[in-house]
Design a protein around this ligand. Structure first.
Ligand code: HEM
Length: 439
């Protein structure tokens, strides 16, 4: 990702919207080259075959902004639950389930990845915990966590050492924040990071059997950890989110079952980690590759409105989530394409954010664009991201603290050599080696 792509231009109008057609019959989202550089693939689909069947993946890729929003606004025709389940541990599901049942206390489906009315029941419970108001109150505590982490990496860089942005900054940051929210005070960040990767791999469609077995064992470990945390709160409630979930009563007078509570704590530990960490890694990359933007940020780093606009455009320009699954529950039509009942869709949020029919000159990083907030990085509709306010705040505070304390941030490898995680679900840089100086 660079903020001004300069390839030969094949669409009119925008100085930086160079696109090159690819041969759709020949290519899959799972191909390594597409994994790293997907934008020409997205663009070719949007212009030639907007609801495109990816043979290798066995899924329909929904690529136009308009069709993405249509799917997300119709959760009855396009089931989140069925789409997610068909994707989960794909190809190895029975064996995966057995491992969890024998070593991880049970197989607990993700209760938030459900359809109404079940989803409505659970979602109401979760919404309050991450409201914009509550997140605002968390800002001072989160600023302290982030400021300390920036000091640590700044000290290291000051000694002339290379800092690896993903493992030394973005991931520890998001893990520390979510553990604080959940009330997990003793935690091993590396373990939580491995658990996150293991869960994300279940919807990534790119693990082999050996990797699935390894990942399933990590998830067992995670569930056993959650179970211990829940037992502690059952014996002695605390002022934290796990206690709230364990003791919560839902609107219909029921309580969460044990499996539902495990699945929700698991979702909270995992859903916001890799995603927010990726957004913060993208922030580091922009600071390292666009000195003009870095300067603009420095000049405005105490202007909250400016920072908010920066964060929105960053999420549009470089969305961490690439695609998530839904399933058509009846024969239907989408973007001119007939879809049979059971069609497995991958909703390509990343392509929607890059759609020139919606965003003028989408490859330009433009904080002044009028429809800044219309991006779909957090989804739309009833499954819209629960943690959006928290994530936005983490990215904003990270931008402010980084820009205030460090300068001359540089990548130590060419941008083209950056590697991305192997998954269709996210678009996440694996490692970002950086040098910089203290201000
Ligand atoms: C930049 C960071 C993040 C991005 C880009 C992101 C993106 C998304 C997206 C695209 C969805 C799916 C919407 C759909 O199905 O259409 C989602 C759902 C969700 N996110 Fe996030 N997310 C982020 C951070 C977080 C955080 C910090 C948390 C919690 C601590 C979180 C928790 C969830 C949960 C629980 C759901 C499921 C909601 C539902 O199905 O009702 N996310 N997120």
């Amino acid at each position: 990702m660079t903020t001004s792509e300069t390839k030969e231009q094949s669409t009119g109008g925008c100085p930086f919207t160079g696109r090159q057609k690819v041969d759709l019959s020949d290519i899959s989202l799972t191909d390594p080259i597409i994994q790293s550089n997907p934008r020409d693939f997205y663009w070719t689909m949007r212009t030639e075959d907007p609801v495109h069947y990816d043979e290798k993946l066995g899924m329909w890729l929904v690529t136009r902004y308009e069709d993405i929003v249509t799917v997300l606004r119709d959760p009855i025709t396009f089931s989140d639950k069925q789409g997610y389940e068909a994707q989960y541990a794909s190809g190895f599901f029975e064996e995966f389930k057995q491992i969890l049942e024998s070593q991880g206390g049970g197989y607990f489906p993700d209760v938030i990845k459900s359809d109404p009315p079940e989803h409505t029941r659970i979602r109401k419970l979760m919404d309050g915990a991450f409201s914009a108001h509550r997140v605002k109150m968390l800002e001072p505590g989160i600023t302290k966590i982030i400021s300390d982490l920036v000091d640590t990496i700044a000290d290291k860089a000051e000694k002339g050492e290379v800092v690896e942005g993903v493992r030394e900054f973005s991931i520890p940051l998001t893990i520390a924040v979510i553990c604080e929210q959940l009330g997990i005070d003793q935690f091993n960040g590396e373990k939580i990071s491995r658990w996150s990767e293991a869960i994300t791999a279940q919807i990534g469609r790119m693990q082999n059997r050996e990797e699935m077995v390894e990942n399933a064992k990590e998830i067992c470990d995670l569930q056993n950890f959650i179970s211990e945390q829940m037992k502690d709160r059952e014996a002695e409630p605390k002022e934290d989110m796990i206690s709230d979930l364990v003791h919560s009563e839902l609107d219909d007078g029921t309580k969460l079952t044990y499996g539902e509570a495990v699945s929700l704590v698991r979702a909270l530990i995992i859903a916001g980690n890799d995603t927010t960490a990726t957004a913060i890694t993208n922030l580091l990359l922009i600071l390292a590759t666009d000195s003009k933007l870095a300067k603009e940020l420095y000049d405005n780093c105490d202007d909250d409105k400016f920072l908010n606009r920066f964060v929105e455009e960053l999420l549009r320009f470089a969305p961490p989530v690439r695609g998530l699954a839904k399933m058509a529950v009846e024969d239907t039509e989408l973007g001119g394409q007939k879809l049979p009942k059971g069609a497995h869709l991958l909703v390509m949020y990343a392509s929607g954010n890059d759609d020139e029919e919606k965003f003028e000159c989408p490859r330009e990083f433009d904080m002044k664009r009028k429809n800044l907030g219309s991006h779909v990085a957090f989804g739309v509709g009833i499954h819209r991201c629960i943690g959006a306010s928290l994530a936005r705040m983490e990215i904003k505070v990270a931008a402010r603290e980084l820009i205030k304390k460090i300068d001359n941030i540089k990548l130590t490898v060419p941008v083209e050599e950056l590697k991305y995680q192997k998954t269709v679900a996210t678009h996440a840089i694996e490692a970002l080696p950086l040098t910089f100086s203290k201000r």
